[in-house]
Design a protein around this ligand. Structure first.
Ligand code: CAA
Length: 380
């Protein structure tokens, strides 16, 4: 069994690491403080093929594999976690389902400019009264002539404030429960679509999220992605890939905190020696390094299965569950190693700690990941 990256994957890693060091890390603290969307950085990601990493070149992407995508997500998120999730949503939750379920016509209109990073995509499943229980959604899409008319509200939509097109899930036949859900590509300049104010978030503040509203919002029938009633499977299979991206994001956040704690431990003195010479600190660093590597192996395994087109729901859930909970532990230890300096904004570790928290919530909470994993374990 090989756990080494290929030459191409190493090149992506190097490119993204250099980009993160040069263009993301120096600005991440300001973007966080000002809640600023990093428009120039996103444009740069697009130019480098990072907004459509696994999309074939004919559709505007970089034509790489899911392992390359995971490696890129870790490096970009190490530089700025907010930029990481902007990239992740566009890649995994927008481009990926279009590639898998879109018609040629839909790909022509809705894929290439998004994979090139010229336009931005989002994914709208969550509603005010249905988060984990996604099939309980209230948003409806009623067929009328050549159109579907959407009514309802979605919330916490990452990339919502900036998105040009949103992949929206709505009920076309409530009597069929989850089998009555369909997926739609909704351009955000159509009549009947509006957005709420950007959410004021604890972390990942370079990325925007907001509520979105549909009031008699008519879209052509050709904007339906997949068959009528296929929406729940489109959403679930898309999240299988998305969870790899979020696991890699958590890994990048944790690595940033670990590297900063390691450097600090070699500089700071207490009781007449560097704190890195105290066993209490050494053991924390040892646990952090071990957990980071364990998470990375889970992330790469899930990505490798995706590349082999093997069903990877449980492996993605394991990667996300472990990497996100690991990120909270590792960033918290990094704060601890910094002592009082870890709790003030002159250092970045407090931001990494805040950024880590959401990875245990979005694209399925840790509890949902445990449901998916236990479902697979008990089926065997
Ligand atoms: N791939 C394909 N099909 C799948 C699937 C998968 N991974 N998971 C389930 N299905 C199918 C099942 O086979 C079943 O099919 P049939 O109708 O043929 O029987 C159907 O879907 C229903 O499956 P379940 O009975 O397991 O469904 P459920 O209602 O019990 O829910 C759940 C399952 C795992 C809890 C699901 O609701 C879930 O994942 N919830 C969490 C939602 C979530 O992750 N939201 C994140 C929002 S996006 C986001 O966060 C973006 C962001 O901001 C960055």
């Amino acid at each position: 069994m090989q756990v080494e990256l290929t030459e191409e994957q190493r090149q992506v890693q190097k490119l993204c690491r250099e980009l993160a060091d040069a263009e993301l890390r120096p600005q991440a603290r300001r973007w966080d403080a000002e809640h600023t969307f990093p428009r120039e950085a996103v444009k740069r990601l697009g130019e480098l093929g990072l907004m459509g990493v696994a999309v074939p070149a004919e559709w505007g992407g970089a034509g790489m594999d899911a392992v390359s995508y995971a490696v890129a997500m870790e490096e970009i998120s190490r530089g700025c976690a907010g930029t990481g999730v902007i990239m992740s949503v566009n890649n995994s939750l927008y481009c990926d389902p279009l590639l898998k379920y879109g018609s040629e016509e839909q790909k022509r209109e809705f894929l290439a400019p998004f994979a090139r990073g010229e336009r931005l995509g989002a994914f709208a499943l969550t509603e005010p009264m249905s988060g984990s229980d996604a099939a309980e959604m209230r948003t409806v899409a009623v067929a009328r002539g050549d159109d579907y008319v959407l009514d309802g509200t979605k919330n916490f939509i990452t990339n919502g404030p900036q998105a040009d097109v949103i992949l929206v899930f709505a009920m076309t036949d409530r009597a069929k429960a989850h089998r009555g859900i369909s997926a739609f590509l909704v351009p955000t300049d159509v009549q009947g679509f509006s957005r709420g104010r950007a959410d004021e978030k604890v972390g990942i503040r370079a990325s925007g999220s907001c509520s979105i509203f549909f009031e008699g919002c008519a879209i052509p029938k050709r904007y339906r992605l997949g068959g009528e009633g296929d929406g729940f499977k489109v959403a679930m299979s898309t999240l299988d890939g998305g969870r790899i991206g979020i696991a890699a994001q958590a890994l990048g956040i944790a690595r940033a905190a670990y590297e900063e704690a390691l450097a600090y431990a070699k500089e700071r003195h207490s009781f007449g020696k560097k704190i890195a010479e105290h066993q209490a600190i050494q053991f924390m660093l040892a646990d952090m390094a071990t957990e980071l590597d364990a998470a990375r192996l889970l992330v790469w395994r899930a990505a490798a299965l995706k590349d082999r087109q093997v069903r990877h729901s449980a492996e993605s859930a394991m990667a996300k569950l472990y990497a996100s909970e690991m990120a909270e532990r590792v960033t918290s230890k990094a704060v601890q190693i910094h002592g009082g300096y870890g709790y003030v904004k002159e250092f970045d570790v407090e931001r990494h700690w805040r950024d880590s928290r959401i990875t245990e919530i979005y694209e399925g909470t840790s509890e949902i990941q445990r449901l998916v994993i236990s479902g697979a374990v008990l089926k065997d």
